[in-house]
Design a protein around this ligand. Structure first.
Ligand code: ADP
Ligand code: MG
Length: 355
């Protein structure tokens, strides 16, 4: 039998590699947005404005009033692994900012048309730059691929247009811009509740009213009221938990036994990054099961800070998953506190909610 000759092994073109990596980090518009919000928060912003068109697929624009980017750094901005946030691998163990790998903007530039307008407080002008595949690009054929001086306010505006324009299978997989916008609003809401001292707005392009708005000076309770409504905000209890042995401190606001919904709403931040944790969610639900009617679930905002040396954030390309030492002990300590608070409130209640 004639066997097939072995095919030669060849290196992929770097642009192909980058496009594949980008698709792994940014699966949907909300993932690009999350990275951009984290960058804006890292930049010390007190105001973050978000605009989305067609669920962020046509346009995603985020405007902040943070420190801005120096003109001379614009040439490097979208190259992979360029960052102002760490210089060594060891720095990962003490990182306090969101970003750490210098990959977000690079990735976005490989799968969208990216425009950055930025002004530092020391600069007279704002600078606008366009990017394609990690490099500065010219805005129009015949124009130079270099930053252009424009009038502008201090801070940074990032515009992501036509996300996945060059990944047609991915682009076609999005059936509903409305679903994508809902994911965006959910994510903005999470950060808007968590980021004290930062005001947020989120708008759908073409609509006059804002979908979400919180003031910079609003309290966490106000923020929850604005976003999740009075029915949640009126029934919140606060808790704190800490243990030096496990190197963590936690606090949060959770609903009492007067409130329940069909599905748990868990806003979980670990070291100021919004993450998912099925383990924590299950533990919280377990804690509430004795206090809520069957099928009822709580709202919980949980801010967990763990010694960065005990956290491995580098496990998932999207950074959605975080692993840390003594997870069981930490989760148990938190749920213990919640349980204590729940039982206190329960004991002082004058009536029971029954269904
Ligand atoms: P990382 O956040 O991991 O450093 P990014 O690709 O997200 O990587 O950003 C690269 C760099 O660009 C950041 O380190 C920061 O210096 C700069 N940067 C990005 N967004 C902003 C912003 N909104 N304001 C100020 N600087 C920014
Ligand atoms: Mg970043």
């Amino acid at each position: 039998s004639d066997s097939q000759p072995a095919k030669r092994i060849r290196a992929l073109d770097p642009d192909v590699v980058n496009k594949i990596a980008a698709g792994e980090i940014i699966v949907a518009p909300v993932h690009a947005l999350k990275e951009l919000i984290e960058n804006a928060v890292d930049a010390g912003s007190t105001s973050i404005e978000i605009l989305a068109k067609e669920g962020g697929l046509k346009l995603l624009q985020i405007t902040d009033n943070g420190c801005g980017i120096q003109k001379d750094d614009l040439v490097l901005l979208c190259e992979r692994h360029t960052t102002s946030k760490i210089t060594s691998f060891e720095d990962l163990t003490s990182i306090s900012t969101y970003g750490f790998r210098g990959e977000a903007l690079a990735s976005i530039s490989h799968i969208a048309h990216l425009t950055v307008t930025t002004k530092t407080k020391d600069s007279n002008l704002a600078w606008r730059a366009h990017y394609q595949d990690g490099r500065l690009a010219s805005p129009k054929p015949g124009q130079p691929a270099e930053p252009k001086g424009v009038a502008g306010r201090p801070g940074t505006q990032i515009t992501v247009a036509d996300l996945f324009y060059n990944v047609p299978t991915r682009r076609r997989a999005f059936r509903s811009p409305a679903d994508e916008f809902n994911k965006i609003i959910d994510m903005v809401g999470r950060y808007a509740i968590h980021c004290k001292g930062v005001g947020f707005t989120c708008k759908k392009a073409g609509e006059s009213s804002t979908s979400l708005s919180v003031q910079a000076h609003a309290t966490v309770n106000d923020r929850i009221r604005q976003i999740y409504g009075a029915s949640v905000a009126n029934e919140l209890i606060s808790f704190k938990a800490t243990d030096d042995r496990w190197g963590f401190q936690a606090d949060g606001l959770v609903t009492n036994a007067n409130y329940h919904i069909k599905k748990t709403t868990l806003l979980l931040f670990i070291n100021h990054r919004s993450v998912e944790s099925p383990v924590i969610k299950k533990a919280v639900e377990q804690t509430y099961s004795a206090y809520l009617p069957k099928g009822g679930h709580p709202f919980a905002y949980l801010n967990l800070e763990i010694d960065p040396a005990r956290v491995d954030v580098n496990v998932h390309p999207t950074k959605r998953e975080v692993h840390f030492l003594n997870e069981d002990e930490i989760v148990q300590a938190i749920c213990q506190e919640i349980e204590t608070k729940l039982s206190e409130v329960d004991a002082s209640r004058t009536f029971m909610t029954q269904t």
